[in-house]
Design a protein around this ligand. Sequence first.
Ligand SMILES: Cc1ncc(C[n+]2csc(CCOP(=O)(O)OP(=O)(O)O)c2C)c(N)n1
Ligand SMILES: [Mg+2]
Length: 414
Amino acid sequence: MTVDSSAARKRSAAGKAGTTGSKTGSAGTKSGAAGAKRTTSTTRAPRAGAKKSTEPQLVQLLTPEGKRVKNAEYDSYVAGITPEDLRGLYRDMVLTRRFDAEATALQRQGELGLWASLLGQEAAQIGSGRATREDDYVFPTYREHGVAWCRDVDPTNLLGMFRGVNNGGWDPNSNNFHLYTIVIGSQTLHATGYAMGVAKDGADSAVIAYFGDGASSQGDVAESFTFSAVYNAPVVFFCQNNQWAISEPTEKQTRVPLYQRAQGYGFPGVRVDGNDVLACLAVTRWALERARNGEGPTLVEAFTYRMGAHTTSDDPSRYRGDEERQAWEAKDPILRLRRYLEASNHADEGFFEELEAESEALGKRVREAVRAMPDPDHFAIFENVYADGHALVDEERAQFAAYQASFADAEGGH
Ligand SMILES: Cc1ncc(C[n+]2csc(CCOP(=O)(O)OP(=O)(O)O)c2C)c(N)n1
Ligand SMILES: [Mg+2]
């Protein structure tokens, strides 16, 4: 059974209006399920003017100094953005960072068992998250707190799993935001399968899968690339290259820039400045539009930096120096948008003050919500393992019940 996504999906040429053909080089695939014609090399080659001869240039719309730079290929994707939209993106990033800092503090206070901070990756997440449409479906890793924010998942719901009181904390279908996935790279397969289903349904929504530089080495990711390419699935692979996979640097994952991997699979790859929220918004809009138009998958490599530890269980001083972090601090995603907002008079002091107050209120709300989370029913762990129950689960439940009862006996006996 094959999926003829090109027949099922809406791919009106009108939907591509305003884009430049040079972006993909694929003038709308008509090849259907086999995708045999999709061999055009669409991956961007390193361009002249790259900082280092070995490093490809990033798509960048805002410099670290907060200067708006023109980009012939992607400007059209943010052409309609208003000062209010820009303030909105800034607010999203500030509140996400504040929430993240609160969660880290709560872990230190023993309220959470673990936390994976997104510090430094706010632009990659807010830019890409704000590019998604309500009917799109998002498959995150465990660090996508900013994307969750964009999908209107209440931030307090992200904390239950890290407190150990539930196995997820939200209904994925309420916001089209899948549960956090710890098994590295596996969600790219889920996303690909889901995208193939979307294509079969003939819907024009798209799917986006988040994963890291380390995950790019997983077989699951390679399989996702193959399947999505061959079935022309409407999926965007959004790789946040934050330079580290716990203590392993990206050099240990790849001999070529990660976005170039796409070429071997027959779909476009692009590297974007992951600390530039505007560029991430523009590039993700472009990639999602390709998916909607039936042009298949895209790999976006958001070049960014994990400013903090891998998780609260990690100590990065064991394997990397301060200089690296300092160099990335100068490229801070929030600071650069603030500089732009100030220089262009798009935000006044009152805006920043109000946001500061809103941040503090969010921190307080999160603290209170976490402390008020009820302990789980001990037997809840056995629910939802199988839809219709299973003999092994029944046996384990009975064993656990006996184990618990043994404490009651002991108490009664003394
Ligand atoms: C299949 C699998 N292997 C190993 C691990 C342990 N592990 C957890 S996070 C991680 C590194 C992931 O790095 P990356 O993909 O770059 O994502 P980041 O944490 O940097 O966001 C590893 C190896 C895991 N969770 N799942
Ligand atoms: Mg990483």
